[in-house]
Design a protein around this ligand. Structure first.
Ligand code: CP
Ligand code: NVA
Length: 309
């Protein structure tokens, strides 16, 4: 039976750890995996712009011996031309997997139920699982024991935050989410994350006060306005200013590192100097997008592949 990756919300701690181990193995021994997707084709369908996700999937699939077809829904007007259900069923006639970046999570669910091949979420309104996997791979490379790590996210409670919560607490981390009033994370995902924390050993703390990040090892932020949200920056800038990650917050919290999924807005949610500093993990995160996604592809499409290490 095919397995989709729409979110990590039902992945156990040991399944996530196994995926991280595979990602580290692929990163360390890329040649051993260069035929893992031999003869397989992946369609990547994007309703929104992308730099990192698009390029890391394309190059990553090539490195595994597979082939990617990019479908740009924005310029090709694919959305609305036919039912998503029909699009999914047609794509599955040729492709061995569908990677999709969409506005609504329900579009992914429709694609997944119509397509007989795995569907991988490349970002939707609720989740960004590929990002969270790369992020915890990055943190794992800095801290051997994830159960001793405190990660503080500051800013808009969004798709990236949701995935960090769901994955982080299951890996045993303490995840602290600090958002302005009115920009909190989804309550249903909070409840699920707390349940996962109790089951797998992590902890979730929510706050409106940036001081809640004091003592965190890593500070993380994302854009204050996500793709598809037409709120003018001027309208929210003052509300979010106290949540910006800058040198002052780094020294107040005592954090070792700063993270951002990117695209970043220099001197808004994060200071430009921090991005360029030795406390920045941003490029390591970006590189790890490819290794994490390749682990996802191998585990969904080539589970029985035997790497020649
Ligand atoms: N982090 C991320 O998903 O970047 P892109 O939007 O450029 O793909
Ligand atoms: N929260 C951002 C993430 C971009 C990678 C967005 O949805 O636009």
């Amino acid at each position: 039976m095919k397995k989709d990756l729409l979110s990590f919300k039902d992945w156990t701690r040991s399944e996530l750890e196994a995926l991280l181990t595979l990602a580290m193995q692929i990163k360390a021994h890329p040649h051993a995996y260069r035929s893992a997707l031999d003869g397989l084709s992946v369609v990547a369908l994007f309703e929104k712009p992308s730099l990192r996700t698009r390029v890391s999937f394309d190059i990553g699939i090539h490195k595994l011996g597979g082939h990617m077809v990019y479908l740009d829904s924005q310029s090709n007007k694919l959305v609305g031309r036919e039912d998503t259900k029909d699009m999914g069923a047609n794509l599955a006639c040729w492709a061995d997997a569908i990677v999709a970046r969409v506005f609504a999570h329900s579009t992914l669910e429709t694609l997944a139920s119509a397509a007989k091949v795995p569907v991988i979420n490349a970002l939707c309104d609720r989740y960004h699982p590929c990002q969270a996997l790369a992020d915890f791979l990055t943190i794992r490379e800095r801290y051997a024991d994830l159960s001793k790590v405190k990660l503080a996210y500051l800013g808009d409670g969004n798709n990236v935050t949701h995935s960090l919560m769901l994955v982080g607490v299951a890996l045993g981390c303490e995840v602290i989410v600090v958002s302005p009033k009115g920009y909190e994370v989804d309550q249903e995902i909070v409840a699920l994350s707390k349940q996962r924390a109790a089951q797998f050993g992590g902890k979730l703390t929510l706050s409106h006060d940036p001081n809640a990040a004091i003592g965190a090892h890593v500070l993380y932020t994302d854009t204050w306005i996500s793709m598809g949200d037409s709120t003018p920056l001027e309208q929210i800038k003052d509300t979010f200013a106290a949540y910006a990650i800058n040198e002052n917050l780094m020294s107040r919290t005592g954090a070792d590192y700063v993270m951002h999924c990117q695209p970043a807005h220099r001197d808004l949610e994060i200071s430009g100097a921090l991005i360029d500093s030795d406390k920045s993990l941003l490029m390591q995160q970006a590189e790890n997008r490819m290794h994490g996604q390749n682990a996802i592809l191998v585990s969904l499409l080539a589970k029985n592949f035997k790497a020649q290490l």
